[in-house]
Design a protein around this ligand. Structure first.
Ligand SMILES: O=C(O)CCC(=O)C(=O)O
Length: 265
């Protein structure tokens, strides 16, 4: 059903646990507007009239810390529009082979630059650890949209190649700051190689990763903010535990907030 043909998208995703689209997928104008939406949310201005979900970073908090805001599409029209751009859904379907793709949770991530003591690293983790509201085996993945130029010195996300085949480990921690120390505690399967691949992306570029792929990121030494949206998606092969609408899945029946961006539910 995917309109982007061929296995060039799906094969690397299945082999490596990630796919990096290093050419812009989303148009510059839509990305520019989403950046304005991001700035507005960071200042507490919501053009939809609705705030994002409770978040670890709130307007007025230390600008030197990593800013993570939950469900920014609740609060910004431009971010909503970016998520439903057809190119994103088509690529997500091509990468995962999904006949249906739905956005079910979004995180705004703004990693400030600077040689600062404030925590801006993102520790090694598997997203599945945080997604216990979904039944085991659910097809869940993340599209990470770059809203700024994500160069090697910006603290890009780093994927561990093939780690989606290592099973589920409980040792990951999004908030860990010592990435090299943490790596030693993760219990990598014997005989497996730890190979990190940086997701270098232009504005509008997108990477996709499997829910078991280990990933993390270091400091932003570029002098300008690293801006992105982590867009958590699912295919039809997914189901909330007991089919209940609680926690992270509580909004999935609302197509305005959790749009189906490819196929039909
Ligand atoms: O932005 C990062 O460096 C990591 C984001 C992340 O953990 C995710 O998208 O799942």
């Amino acid at each position: 059903m995917a309109t982007l043909s061929g296995n060039q998208y799906r094969e690397p995703y299945e082999a490596d646990g990630f796919y990096i689209a290093s050419e812009p997928v989303l148009p510059a104008e839509a990305v520019r507007k989403a950046c304005e939406g991001m700035d507005a949310i960071r200042m507490g201005h919501y053009d939809t009239g609705r705030p994002p979900c409770p978040s670890i970073w709130n307007p007025g908090d230390d600008p030197a810390r990593l800013c993570k805001i939950e469900q920014p599409q609740f609060a910004s029209r431009a971010i909503r529009e970016l998520l439903v751009h057809p190119a994103l859904g088509e690529l997500a379907a091509a990468v995962t082979g999904g006949e249906m793709v739905q956005v079910w949770w979004v995180q705004l991530l703004y990693k400030p630059p600077g040689d600062t003591q404030a925590p801006t690293n993102i520790g090694w983790h598997q997203d599945r650890y945080y997604w216990t509201v979904w039944e085991e085996g659910s097809e869940l993945f993340t599209a990470w949209i770059a809203l700024s130029d994500v160069r090697p010195d910006c603290g890009p996300m780093r994927f561990v190649r093939g780690s989606h085949r290592w099973g589920f480990h409980r040792g990951g921690d999004f908030y860990a700051q010592d990435l090299s120390g943490q790596k030693e505690t993760l219990g990598i399967p014997a005989g497996s190689a730890w190979e990190e691949v940086s997701a270098i992306l232009p504005p509008g570029g997108v990477s996709f990763h499997h829910n078991l792929t280990f990933h993390g990121s270091g400091p932003n030494e570029s002098g300008f903010p690293r801006r992105s949206l982590a867009v958590h998606m699912r295919t039809r092969n997914s189901r909330p535990v007991h089919n209940e609408r609680v926690g992270l899945v509580q909004y999935i029946d609302d197509p305005e907030l959790c749009p189906v961006i490819y196929g039909r539910l």
